[in-house]
Design a protein around this ligand. Structure first.
Ligand SMILES: *Cc1c(COP(=O)(O)O)cnc(C)c1O
Length: 397
C-alpha cells in the first residue's frame, strides 16, 4: 500500500490528520458529539444505504476516532483499524467475529488474564473450545490444529515470564491451513514489532499501555484487512458496542506522537537496569528478551527492534520477602498495567495471575518470587537506586 510518509517517527505525528480540513487547527479537534445532522432526508437515506460516505452516529464512526484509526492502521502497516473502549473490547470483538459455536481456537500458553477469562466464557456459553500451546516448535502447533480451528491467538513476549514466540513460524503453518492468526501486540507497540509484516492477519492492542503511554486512558485497537475490519465494524463492534470516546481517542493521538522516543527511553532504561540487576546478590534470575543470555534472544532479534520496556526477576527469598521489598520502594509504584511514564512494579503470583491454580501457575514459571517491572521514563539511576534500597531490606541467606 502507498504510504504518504516513509518513516515511522513522521507517521506517528502527521498521518491521518490534515489541519487544512479543520480550520487550521494544529491539534485534531475533539468531536464531542453523539450524532451528526443530515442536510436532507435524501442524504440521510444515502448515508444509511452506504451510497455516500458520511458520519451518522458516534457508535458507527466519529471524526476524532477516525484520525486515531487511520494513524494506527498505517503504523501497524495494515489496511484498516478499529478503536474500542478497552483492550478487552477489541479482543472480544475480534475473537467473536472469527468464531462460531463448535469452533476451536489455538492459544499461546500464557495470555492476558481476561483473555483467558473470555476464552472460558466462550467455551461455557457457545462451546467454542480452545487449547493452549507453548508454540516452541511447529510440531507442537500442528498437533493441536483441528478441522474446526478457526483462529490462532498469540501474545509475545509472554507476560510475565518474557518467553517469546516466533510469529513467522506460527503464521507460516497457519497459512497452510488457512487459519487466521491474531497477535496481541500490546507489549511491543508497532514501533518495536509489526506482526502484520510477519504474516499475521489481525493485531490487537490494549492501547491503555504504550500507545497511550501516560496512564490516563483505557482503550483498545484492532488492525487488519479492510474486509475483516468492515465486518467487525458492522457486527461485533456496532452491535455489542464497545466503542472509544472522542476525548479518549484524542488523548491517544497525543500520546502516539511521542511513541518512538518514549519506547527508545523505556528500552534503554530497561537494558541498563537488567545489566545492573543480573549482578545483584539478592537476585536469583532476570528475564528480559533483550538480554543476550535470554533463551529467546534470537527470536527477539528477528522480530523486534529492541527488547521492550518490561522485565521480570526472581529474588532469593519468600513471598514475604517479595512483599517486604515492594513495601519499601519509595518512587516506584506498586500497580498493575504497564507502559507508563512512571515505573510500575507488580507481583504476578498474588496479583495479575492469582486466579490461576497454583500448580498451573508454577508450570508457567510464575513463582512466588517472581516480580514484574514496567520500566518508566525516569532517570535509570533513580530507578536503580530505589530498587537497591528496596533490596537492602531483604535478608540474604
Ligand atoms: C492490559 C492488557 C490487555 C487488556 O486491555 P484493557 O485495555 O485493560 O482492556 C490485553 N492484553 C494485554 C497483553 C494487556 O497487557
Amino acid at each position: 500500500m502507498e504510504r504518504k510518509y516513509k518513516q515511522f517517527e513522521t507517521r506517528v505525528i502527521h498521518t491521518g490528520y490534515d489541519s487544512k480540513e479543520h480550520l487550521g487547527s494544529l491539534s485534531a479537534p475533539i468531536y464531542q458529539t453523539s450524532t451528526f445532522t443530515f442536510e436532507t432526508a435524501e442524504q440521510g437515506e444515502r448515508f444509511f444505504a452506504g451510497e455516500e460516505k458520511g458520519y451518522i452516529y458516534s457508535r458507527l464512526g466519529n471524526p476524532t476516532v477516525s484520525v486515531l484509526q487511520e494513524k494506527m492502521a498505517e503504523l501497524e502497516e495494515g489496511e484498516a483499524c478499529l478503536a474500542f473502549g478497552s483492550g478487552m473490547a477489541a479482543i472480544s470483538a475480534v475473537l467473536l467475529s472469527l468464531t462460531k459455536t463448535n469452533d476451536h481456537v489455538l492459544v499461546s500458553q500464557g495470555v492476558y488474564g481476561c483473555t483467558y477469562g473470555l476464552l472460558k466464557l466462550m467455551e461455557e456459553k457457545y462451546n467454542i473450545t480452545h487449547d493452549f500451546c507453548f508454540m516452541e516448535t511447529s510440531e507442537q502447533i500442528r498437533s493441536l490444529i483441528k478441522p474446526e480451528t478457526t483462529c490462532i491467538y498469540i501474545e509475545t513476549p509472554i507476560n510475565p515470564t518474557m518467553k517469546m514466540i516466533d510469529i513467522e513460524m506460527v503464521t507460516n503453518i497457519a497459512r497452510e491451513y488457512s487459519i487466521p492468526v491474531v497477535v496481541d501486540n500490546t507489549f511491543c507497540s508497532p514501533y518495536l514489532q509489526k506482526p502484520l509484516q510477519l504474516g499475521c492477519d489481525v493485531v490487537v492492542h490494549s492501547a491503555t499501555k504504550y500507545i497511550c503511554g501516560h496512564g490516563d486512558v483505557v482503550a483498545g485497537l484492532a488492525i487488519g484487512s479492510q474486509e475483516l475490519m468492515s465486518k467487525i465494524a458492522m457486527t461485533t463492534q456496532k452491535d455489542i458496542g464497545g466503542i472509544l470516546a472522542p476525548f479518549d481517542a484524542w488523548l491517544l493521538i497525543r500520546g502516539l506522537k511521542t511513541l518512538p522516543i518514549r519506547m527508545d527511553r523505556h528500552c534503554e532504561n530497561t537494558m541498563k537496569l537488567v545489566e545492573w540487576m543480573k549482578k545483584h546478590p539478592a537476585i536469583k534470575d532476570v528475564y528480559y528478551p533483550g538480554d543476550t543470555s535470554h533463551p529467546d534472544y534470537e527470536i527477539m532479534k528477528k522480530q523486534m527492534k529492541y527488547g521492550g520496556g518490561l522485565f521480570s526477576f526472581e529474588i532469593n527469598g519468600s513471598k514475604q520477602d517479595v512483599q517486604n521489598f515492594l513495601n519499601h520502594l519509595k518512587m516506584i509504584k506498586i500497580a498493575v498495567s504497564l507502559g507508563d511514564a512512571e515505573t510500575l512494579v507488580q507481583h504476578p503470583a498474588t496479583m495479575t495471575h492469582s486466579v490461576i491454580p497454583e500448580d498451573v501457575r508454577l508450570s508457567m514459571g510464575i513463582t512466588d518470587q517472581l516480580i514484574r517491572l514496567s520500566v518508566g521514563l525516569e532517570s535509570w539511576e533513580d530507578i536503580r537506586d530505589d530498587l537497591q534500597q528496596g533490596l537492602d531490606h531483604l535478608t540474604i541467606d
